[in-house]
Every structure is written in structure tokens, then in C-alpha cells.
Design a protein around this ligand. Structure first.
Ligand code: 13P
Ligand code: SF4
Length: 330
């Protein structure tokens, strides 16, 4: 199919739908007609989570991408998630509604830098967070997500030398819970690095009965204040199962949609990020990349079968191996 040059330049299709179009209904209709499945991460907006076939954390989304019978996977998340889908389902059409939806954490590790670092440490194995490009995964021994990192790192013999990247905070946390001293890449997520400990201490004073739920991409002082540290799926599961009625949530605010939907009787208090340019109460606890997914872009992507995500064959051949190793172990 010929894709208009102006869309290629933009990385998404912004054609307005006909007046009165019910985007969600049309998206569902096209999914059925084209045998497409919509996978969405918990950080996307509520309207996208509501229209999706499946919502989950990075691990669950990767598993779903490996298992689906659909011909088309629309991955509403960020680019590395769509790449992971393509690596696991190379014969399927994988769509990312906006090709600009990147990830600051994935950007913090360039393949050429990791290759050099690996060459400098020839006796080390490389453990990479799933938030990496396919080119970085191709240089990796095993991929982890925040949902399985401890289990996978524990599976290595105690004396195995490991490099962990690119998230420094997740790596430090895994070092602390496994008793390892993995070499850590100095990367980070611009959203999770913004949370501040004084904000959480203040919220704890205002809500003394609340439990603090923290994603391990947050800095050490935030993790130290947590009652539960875990992936988005782990935090959600805890919120559902806990007898507690109030939760202070230190991760991207999109997760509150599913938390509130699953537990309408409970209160979820998002941690405002450190007071920065936006000031207190700004939306800087939101991932601007995740929020690039919109119903209109999904509608157009299904209508035109674009933007598709491709991975070069030589990279894909190597990059899929550490993901498959992860799926076998988790
Ligand atoms: P999860 O694996 O917890 O879904 O996290 C993905 C992510 O991008 C966190 O910033
Ligand atoms: Fe990447 Fe951070 Fe956004 Fe997660 S929240 S997708 S790590 S930029």
C-alpha cells in the first residue's frame, strides 16, 4: 500500500475521521474484519485501555504477542514493545499507531556503546531490561522485565559476572534483593526519575493508613519508602488483593485507570513528581511517549494498515534469542 509522504514524515496518520464517527466502535469493527488484536500497556490513556483486547505489563504483552492467532497486532505502548511483538511474531503485521512513541530509557543505551562495553568486559554476560532497542537485545544474553528480573538474575550461578542495563535504578534494586554486584549501566527513565521522596513522606503523613506502591525504575530513596516494589502488573495485583483501602502510587499515572476500574471502592493517590517546570500537580508523572497513542491514530492505523514496525533480519535473528530465553524462564 502506498503511504502518503506527509504521514511517513510525521510517523503517524492524522487524517480526521468523518464527522460523527464513533472511533471506538469503528476500531472494534475493523479489528474483527481484519483479524487484528489490540494490545495496550497500562500507561496508555483510559480510552485506549477500554478499546483494547488485552492490557498488561511488558512481560504479559510479550507473552500475548508470542501467542496470538491474529494476523495484525496493534501495539499501543512504545516502540520497543512493538519491536518485541515483531521479533516474537515475525510473520504478523505489527502496527505502532505513532512511530514517534519512543522510550527515554531505551534511548539511554546505544548498541554501539554496549558493544564496546561488552568488548571491555569479555567474561561478563549481559542482562538487558526489555526497555531496549532490538539492536541492543541482539547484543544481550538474556532479557528481563521488572516482573521477572529477580527470578532471572537468580537463575545465574552466584559467581557469574553480569552486566545489567540500561536502567540503573532497577539494576541497583535487583542487586539489593539478590545480593549480587552486577555492573550497572547508567541509564534511566525520565518519568520515574522525577518522583521525589519528600512528596511521598508528605503523602504518607496525610494518609497514614495508605500503602506505598513503587515501580523499581524509581530512585533508591523512593524504593526505600515502598511497601511493595514491582512491575505495573505486580502493583495492580497487590492493590486488588490487599485489605488496605488507600494506596500512594509512584509510577506512571496511567496505571490508575485499571487500578480504579478493578477496585472502585479503593482510593489511589498518584505521587506528583518533583516540583519542576510544570510545578506541583503538573502531568509530569505521565509518559509523553505512551500518551502519543490516541484513538484517532489507532483508527487510521487499522484503516490504512500503517505505521508498521519492521526489524532488520540480521538484528532480528539475534535479538529474538534473549527474549525467548526470558520467556522460557519466566
Ligand atoms: P512494566 O514492565 O512494569 O509494565 O514497565 C514498563 C515500563 O516501561 C515502565 O516504565
Ligand atoms: Fe520508557 Fe519511562 Fe515511558 Fe516506561 S515510562 S515507556 S521507561 S519513558
Amino acid at each position: 500500500m502506498d503511504v502518503d509522504k506527509k504521514w511517513v514524515e510525521k510517523g503517524f496518520i492524522d487524517e480526521p475521521a468523518a464527522e460523527g464517527t464513533d472511533l471506538a466502535a469503528e476500531i472494534r469493527r475493523m479489528c474483527k474484519e481484519k483479524n487484528a488484536v489490540i494490545l495496550a500497556h497500562y500507561y496508555t490513556t483510559g480510552d485506549i485501555q477500554a478499546v483494547a483486547d488485552f492490557i498488561g505489563d511488558s512481560l504479559a504483552l510479550a507473552r500475548k504477542a508470542a501467542d496470538t492467532d491474529a494476523d495484525i497486532i496493534v501495539m499501543c505502548g512504545v516502540h520497543f514493545m512493538a519491536e518485541t511483538c515483531k521479533l516474537l511474531s515475525p510473520d504478523k503485521t505489527v502496527i505502532s499507531p505513532d512511530l514517534n512513541a519512543g522510550c527515554s530509557l531505551a534511548d539511554s543505551c546505544r548498541a554501539e556503546d554496549l558493544r564496546k562495553y561488552r568488548e571491555e568486559h569479555p567474561d561478563y554476560k549481559v542482562v538487558s531490561y526489555v526497555n531496549t532497542t532490538a539492536a541492543v537485545k541482539a547484543l544481550t544474553d538474556i532479557v528481563v522485565t521488572s516482573g521477572n528480573a529477580k527470578k532471572i538474575v537468580d537463575s545465574f550461578p552466584k559467581d557469574e559476572k553480569l552486566i545489567f542495563g540500561p536502567d540503573y535504578n532497577l539494576g541497583s534494586y535487583i542487586n539489593s534483593v539478590t545480593g549480587r554486584d552486577m555492573l550497572l549501566w547508567n541509564g534511566g527513565c525520565h518519568v520515574h526519575e522525577r518522583f521525589s521522596a519528600p512528596d511521598i513522606v508528605r503523602l504518607k503523613k496525610e494518609h497514614p493508613g495508605a500503602e506505598v506502591l513503587v515501580h523499581p525504575e524509581c530512585k533508591g530513596p523512593i524504593v526505600a519508602l515502598a511497601d511493595v516494589v514491582g512491575s505495573t502488573a505486580v502493583l495492580l495485583k497487590h492493590a486488588v488483593e490487599s485489605g488496605t483501602k488507600e494506596f500512594i502510587v509512584a509510577t506512571e499515572a496511567g496505571i490508575l485507570y485499571e487500578m480504579t476500574r478493578k477496585c472502585p471502592e479503593k482510593t489511589f493517590i498518584p505521587v506528583p513528581p518533583e516540583v519542576s517546570e510544570g510545578g506541583a500537580g503538573c502531568s509530569c508523572n505521565e509518559c509523553d511517549y505512551m500518551k502519543m497513542n490516541t484513538l484517532s491514530k489507532i483508527y487510521n492505523a487499522l484503516k490504512y494498515g500503517w505505521p508498521t514496525v519492521e526489524v532488520a533480519e540480521d538484528i532480528a535473528r539475534e535479538a529474538v534469542k534473549p527474549i525467548e530465553r526470558m520467556l522460557e524462564l519466566s
